[in-house]
Design a protein around this ligand. Structure first.
Ligand code: HEC
Length: 103
């Protein structure tokens, strides 16, 4: 019984860590895909090196890890890029690490 209580408390303490976004993403692979597939269009419309202003603007639309993943899917399907889910994960990991910093 006591172990059970201690165990539950430990679980509760650790819970936030489990929400870690984009586990297993290869950010380097994501960065290179991003440069090839995503930068041109964003840079033309929003500017900044690597088109990064779109991610840094004050009124950016992405507010959570979920919405980041959704937005990437939206942009890729708009382009008919047909990236593998793994590619999208890698790009998400890269963008999150560099710009969004969702937990
Ligand atoms: C054909 C042009 C185009 C291409 C190519 C493109 N996007 Fe986008 N993307 C847009 C536009 C337009 C918006 C912004 C819409 C708005 O103003 O809210 C956007 C917004 C985004 C945002 C949200 C930025 C925010 O507000 O926080 C993300 C993330 C994103 N794109 C990811 C990608 C990724 C990843 C790729 C490459 C796989 C990609 N986009 C390729 C047009 C494009």
């Amino acid at each position: 019984m006591r172990n059970w209580i201690v165990g539950t408390m430990l679980l509760a303490l650790h819970a936030p860590g489990w929400a870690t976004s984009f586990v297993g993403a290869d950010a380097a692979a994501g960065q290179s895909l991003h440069s090839k597939q995503c930068v041109n269009c964003h840079a033309q419309q929003y500017g900044g090196p690597e088109g990064e202003n779109i991610y840094l603007r004050r009124n950016r639309t992405v507010k959570s890890a979920e919405s980041l993943a959704q937005r990437i899917t939206l942009c890729t399907s708009m382009l008919k890029l047909e990236l593998f889910p793994e590619d999208e994960l890698n790009i998400a990991g890269y963008l999150n690490q560099r710009y969004y910093h969702f937990p």
